[in-house]
Design a protein around this ligand. Structure first.
Ligand code: GLU
Length: 281
């Protein structure tokens, strides 16, 4: 098990039990375990949450290898990748309301699929709108980007190769004019830059893997293995969210729980043991 894994929380709130599980799941599957702070959403991320992540992990006894990669410090690498994808990008001027109003907008595994309204704009029209200062995002033309590529798939640990279809997710936003680059682009660039060989994360992100595989192909990045894990639910069966304060690690700590008490609240995170290669004979 010579994998490099990582835990990549966004400092938009305090860590909860779901994060502790995700970090332990990753650490148990790698001989090298990295930490990355995904802090590109400047509007939602806060330095005090970033500090709290380091502190909470240390309190739980979860240590990582090497320096912490702070995503926002690598904007030049992300921009260079965006530049290389330019032939497959188009500017999109739709607002959220425009997209919601497009009656035909189908729903894909990762949410609403962009109906393609701006895909057909002429270069002249797009240039005119940009010049007029209309806010826009840059979307990936998935169908065009896939031309000439073999069918895509990913390797899910324990399940083998699974087919995946980026068209089902649709033309994702890779950059916004004022709000920087998207999760999809940064995550594939950073996983490759950090030499991550096994990406572990919650099963809610599995649909996004189709887009990540496409970006890896387009950018010539190595393909990691994937292990998508269960989400930790609250007593009512809802997935934990950062707004559920009661479940934050600091609140559990403030309530007097020890690290061992907190770990005991989690389902097992170790990989199931492989059948022994040595028989008893
Ligand atoms: N930053 C993401 C999150 O906090 C994790 C992304 C990933 O592991 O690919 O949900």
């Amino acid at each position: 098990m010579n994998h490099t894994t990582r835990f990549a929380p966004s400092p938009t709130g305090y860590l909860h039990l779901g994060h502790a599980y995700a970090a332990l799941f990753a650490r148990a599957r790698g001989s090298r375990f990295l930490l990355r702070l995904e802090d590109i959403d400047a509007g939602r991320c806060r330095p005090e949450y970033a500090e709290a992540i380091l502190e909470d992990l240390a309190w739980l006894g979860i240590r990582w290898d090497g320096p912490v990669r702070v995503q926002s410090a690598h904007a030049a690498e992300h921009r260079a990748a965006l530049q290389r994808l330019r032939p497959f990008l188009y500017p999109c001027f739709c607002t959220r309301a425009d997209i919601a109003a497009a009656a035909a907008a189908p729903h894909g595994p990762a949410g609403p699929v962009y109906p393609g309204t701006c895909r057909g704009l002429s270069a002249a029209e797009a240039a005119e709108r940009i010049a007029a200062g209309i806010p826009h995002a840059w979307r990936l033309d998935v169908a065009r980007a896939m031309q000439g590529l073999p069918p895509l798939s990913f390797h899910e640990l324990g399940q083998g190769r699974l087919p995946c279809d980026p068209l089902a997710v649709g033309d994702v936003v890779l950059a916004r004019k004022d709000a920087g680059l998207s999760y999809h682009l940064c995550v594939v660039v950073d996983d490759a830059a950090q030499g991550v060989t096994l990406v572990t994360r919650g099963e809610d992100l599995q649909p996004a893997t189709a887009i990540h595989r496409l970006l890896q192909e387009l950018l010539g990045l190595p393909e990691p293995l994937y292990a998508h894990h269960r989400l930790i639910l609250d007593a009512a069966g809802r997935r934990l969210a950062k707004r559920d304060r009661a479940a934050t690690l600091r609140d559990l700590r403030a309530a007097g729980l020890s690290p061992a008490d907190v770990l005991a609240l989690l389902p097992p995170w170790q990989p199931s043991p492989l059948p022994s290669a040595r028989s008893s004979a």
